[in-house]
Design a protein around this ligand. Sequence first.
Ligand code: FE
Ligand code: FE
Length: 203
Amino acid sequence: MYSPNSLFFKSIIMQQQPFSTNGSSTSFDDKIKKAAMKSSQLMHLFETALKDIYWAEKALVKVTPRMIEKATDEDLAWSLTKHLSETEAHIVRAEEIFELLNVPAEAVKCEAMSGLIREMEVIIDTCEEGAMRDAGIIAAMQKIEHYEIATYGTMRQFAVTLKLNDVVDLIDLSLQEEKASNEKLSEVAMDAINIEAAETTEK
Ligand code: FE
Ligand code: FE
C-alpha cells in the first residue's frame, strides 16, 4: 500500500545534501515538503493514467470480438483472439494496482482510445472485405497498441520514481504483452496482408 513517508524523503535529501553547519532547519523542512508535494502530484498523475487505461482496456474487450469476426486472415484472427485474453488480464492487473494503492477501481473515459476505436469501426464498416480490410484493422490496432505502450511506459516510469515496486512488476507484464502484440501485428502485415492488399489495388 502506498503512503507518503517523510522518513523516505528525509533520507533522500540527507543523502543529496547533508545538514548545513549554520543550522538552518527551515530550508530542510521546506525541501521535505516540496519532495512530498512532488510525490503526491506524481501519484495523482499516476492514478489519472490508471483510470484512463482501465477504461481503455474495458472498451477494447467490448470491441475486439467484432475485429476478430471481420478479420479474414487466420493469423490475424488468431493474434486478435490471443490479445483479447491478454486484454482481459490487463483489466484484472489494473484492478490489482488499484488495490495495492488502496484506491477504489474507477474507469474514466479515455477520449484518445474512444477516438481510436471509432477509427477502427469506420475501417471495418467501409473497407472491402478481405486483405484490404485486414490491412486496415492492423493499422488501426497498431495505433491502439502504441497508445497502450505509451501509457504503460509512462505509468511504469512514475511507479519506479514512486518506488512502487509491486506496481512496476504488474505494469511490466501488461507492457510486454502490448509490445509483443504490436510486433506480431507487424509480422502478420509483412507476411501476407499488405502484399495481398497491394495486389488487390493493382487489379
Ligand atoms: Fe491492453
Ligand atoms: Fe493491447
